[in-house]
Each structure stands twice: as C-alpha cells, then as structure tokens.
Design a protein around this ligand. Structure first.
Ligand code: GLN
Length: 196
C-alpha cells in the first residue's frame, strides 16, 4: 500500500483553506505553500481559486511561479481551480497585463466570463475520469471560460457542451470549485494521481 500523499496548496491568497479541508476528507495530507522552499518533497500541488492578478503579483515576487512551472514540467501532478486554471493557461484574452500565466495548458481563458460575483452559480458538470462518466456539482464563482484549446491538452469536463475541465498529462485545470461541495470525486481522483 502506498502511503498517504502530501498535497501542497498554494496559499498566497484565496480559497486555500477550503482545499485543505476537502483534501483531508479525501484522505490526503496537505501543506500550505507560500514560497519555493515549501515545494520540496510534495507529491502534488493545487493552485486554488482567488484573484489571479493578486496571485501573479505575490508569486513572482518570491520566485514561486517559476518553481511551480519547473515542478509541473518535471511530472508532479498539478491542479488549478478557477483562478488556478487562469494561472495555468497559455493565453488570456482580456486584462492580460495584470496576470502572467504559466503556459502549462494549451488553452486560452477569458476571466470573469460569466459576469460578476452575483452571477455565480451551481450547475451539474459531466466528467470523464478514467473512461468513467460521472456527474458532479459544479460551483462557478466569477468563473473563467476556456475559449480555445489545442492538443495535447484534452477536455475531461463539460457544462452542457462547454469545456470546463482540461488535462495535459500531469496538469489539470478546472474553471469551477470542486472543493466547495460534499462531492469528493475530483479530489479523490487527484489524490490517486498523487499516490502513483
Ligand atoms: N475572477 C477571478 C480571477 O480572475 C477568479 C475567481 C475565482 O477563483 N473564484 O482571478
């Protein structure tokens, strides 16, 4: 039996506490990450929701983002949710000057694509994980939209016919918040990747 993995959660700003609690429920250990030094020895890493412009400012100041890019390129599982998928994108089609994404997923993302905070919503998302189809609740909070995607990045989640979850090997991105519902499908899947 492999041991319990330790999942790092970037805690510069935003929704890191909810991820921490949800990952504990999904059977993983966690470590909050503020600096490049705190990435050492992690089995996987989560970039939570929040404000990607603030995350950009804080995480380039201390060299965290270049270290995250290196870690992802070396094969460590990395998952970004909401602002986190914005940080993983290649191109942003608005307000690009405030956010410097890492270019780890071959997607173009539009920030705040569904409107402001009051336009946040919960709707079912269809997921394909390990060739299994599942429906999970999707919480969308000032969510981004994926406006363009090219291979080798592939979709694995849909809201109607819109792509809301993508993957490129060990790097996963979701426009919604899987840590904000009781459904642990996505988190358990990620814990599985971190355990391999
Ligand atoms: N709108 C935020 C951004 O642009 C993301 C919102 C979220 O993470 N809940 O960074």
């Amino acid at each position: 039996m492999p041991g319990k993995p330790t999942i790092g959660i970037i805690a510069l700003q935003g929704n890191f506490a909810a991820h921490k609690h949800a990952f504990h429920r999904a059977g993983a250990g966690t470590r909050l990450v503020h600096s490049p030094e705190e990435l050492a020895g992690l089995d996987a890493l989560v970039i939570p929701g929040g404000e990607s412009s603030t995350m950009t400012l804080l995480g380039y100041e201390n060299g965290l983002w270049p270290a995250v890019r290196k870690m992802a390129q070396a094969g460590t599982p990395v998952m970004g949710t909401c602002a986190g998928i914005i940080m993983l994108a290649e191109v942003l089609d608005e307000e690009a000057s405030k956010v410097a994404p890492l270019g780890l997923l071959n997607i173009t993302v539009s920030r705040n694509a569904y409107g402001s905070q009051v336009d946040s919503f919960e709707q079912s998302v269809r997921l394909r994980l390990d060739s299994d189809e599942r429906t999970v609740p999707g919480v969308f909070i000032r969510a981004p939209a994926i406006t363009h995607m090219v291979q080798p990045t592939e979709p694995f989640g849909w809201l109607g016919d819109e792509i809301v979850a993508v993957r490129k090997g060990n790097v996963l991105g979701l426009t919604f918040h899987p840590e904000m519902t009781d459904d642990l499908t996505v988190l358990r899947h990620f814990v599985g990747l971190a355990t391999k």
